[in-house]
Design a protein around this ligand. Sequence first.
Ligand SMILES: O=C(O)[C@H](O)COP(=O)(O)O
Length: 249
Amino acid sequence: MYTLVLLRHGESVYNQGNLFTGWTDVDLSEKGIHEAHEAGKLMQREGLTFDVAYTSYLKRAIKTLFFALEEMDLLWIPVYKTWQLNERHYGALQGLSKLDTAKKYGDEQVMLWRRSYDVLPPSLTKDDERYPRNDIRYKDVEDKYIPLTESLKETVVRVEDYWNREIAPQIKDGKKVIIAAHGNSLRALIKYLENIGNQEILDLNIPTGTPLVYKLDDDLKPIDKYYLGSEERTEQKIEKVADPGKIME
Ligand SMILES: O=C(O)[C@H](O)COP(=O)(O)O
């Protein structure tokens, strides 16, 4: 049996402002920094340790991983960064308010853009400054992989590819792995790992800064999973992600 930990970044300043983020490289909020440290402490208390870590090219995930590993005195382990673990690209919605967008297009449409498997958010155009081709960090990524928008279905393809090529062999080799990524890139990975249906995936919401521990069998199929920390707090965070307009105490 293998242990794998998935960690969504702590609250970002865009999460705080309730804005669509996607590939926008925004920082953690003060609360997000705190969540990242807390995640590290929870993992330490649980007796977890890691040999290798994976994260995206986006600083909210990179910093969350850093702060969590710092708490565990594991800053020395190899950390691999990849665009393939980036958040799902939110197209022309990036930077817009989720509430204003819901007022303009209706809750149902926004829910489809946020949670459905294959509905694409409105696309960017190539002259948009948000087009990732203009960002130096993606200079080695082939044009065909640079998104103008992305459905979860497309996110699954790139996440699954990276999982099978890079991460799964490390786990099978006995390495203890943590993946620090994003709400929708983790939904994509979980959909693949647990073979969740295209309809059921609508209801999956990943809380910020809360370690999710998986027990995997020899074929890397999940046998068990659980969040670390207070169940009540995790539930509140999940509700907040599901309905970002909700006020949390
Ligand atoms: O990209 C974003 O806006 C968030 O990281 C995830 O947002 P969602 O919960 O609206 O999909």
